[in-house]
Design a protein around this ligand. Sequence first.
Ligand SMILES: Cc1ncc(COP(=O)(O)O)c(C=O)c1O
Length: 399
Amino acid sequence: MRIEDKLSERTQHMQASAIREILKVVAQPGMISLAGGIPAPESFPIDIIRELSNEVLDEFGAAALQYDKTEGFDPLREALINYLPQRNLVNVNDKTLTIFSGSQSILDIVAKVLITKGDKIAIEAPSYLGAISAFNAYQPEYISVATDDEGIMPDALEETLKQHTIKLIYLVPTFQNPTGRTLPLARRKRIAELIQHYDVLLLEDDPYSALRYRGEAVSSIQQFAPEHVIYSSTFSKILAPGLRIGFGIAPEALTHWLVIAKQGTDLHTQSFGQAIAALYLSGGYLTEHLPRIIELYRPRRDAMLKALETYMPQGFRWTEPEGGMFLWVMGPDGLDAENLYHQCVQNSVAFVPGRYFYFEQGVGIETLRLNFTMVSADMITQAVQTIASAAEAMMLSNQ
Ligand SMILES: Cc1ncc(COP(=O)(O)O)c(C=O)c1O
């Protein structure tokens, strides 16, 4: 049997991520990898999770192991409804909140509910590839909206909204993956006005805003237009991604459909993990542990910025994110970052060439995504030195 002949039209549009191939290479021993996009294992609160695992069984007993309702485990829902407004991030209530299996599954389920083949999704370029692979199954058309150093440009978005019937806008406004950029407050307010004016839904994907090392928190777009925004976040970066606990906040009428679609996908998110997340929040453990994660990552981010400043040749620029896990390096025109990647891998240093984060071909050739959470500050300095020397050598040989 040729399985290829049996695949649905939808499956034929799916592609293996090129980044997975890179991540296989960088798993080799001795490699200093700035390529990954995952939390540092030492950021996981193993002792807290051990303690909470017992507490969950004492407090919730069989309920933590039983099937549960699709909307989510009540103690976690209550804990989030209490906690989120304290962070002054989002508008949330019992009718707009749903717990999902990681925020990745929100991307899939939102597209499942909203996207018919050929519908247009406006996205910033570069963008989070995992979103594109989730959306691809529903065969949308992508409309790329121009960005600058502050993220998506509202005027360009308005132009897109005038020219196209956009079904959904997808943005990562805070510490974006891959660029680390954060959309300033004024742009958020303007985007909130635009989506209300043009009556378009926006998916605001926010996995990173809790990881802030410098500066002040910025309001979510959702706060300014709750009837037009699906806000999505996760416990993956502040607890542990293996638990697969994410949450979405959507207008009430849409939440109804998200819950129905989720029922067909997985009935509900795993109860035990939700119970752990509930106690992690309501017992004050997040408040205790989050500063430790921040103190782990802040020196790594600072070391990367210092090393870039010290070693990178002229002609390179980079973002200076106040949080999150990534920064974005822009080389001079003519620099082929994929070539640079191959040179660096030979010297046991890896990153992701930025072109992989664009869905169009031939753009972002001179860009690099660097992760600063996975390795120590010393190794980051060493890795940036290697990248800088290889870049310098390449630029000299191009002259
Ligand atoms: C922008 C963005 N959205 C969503 C996700 C998925 O996260 P989760 O573990 O919550 O599924 C990631 C993971 O890195 C991400 O970077």
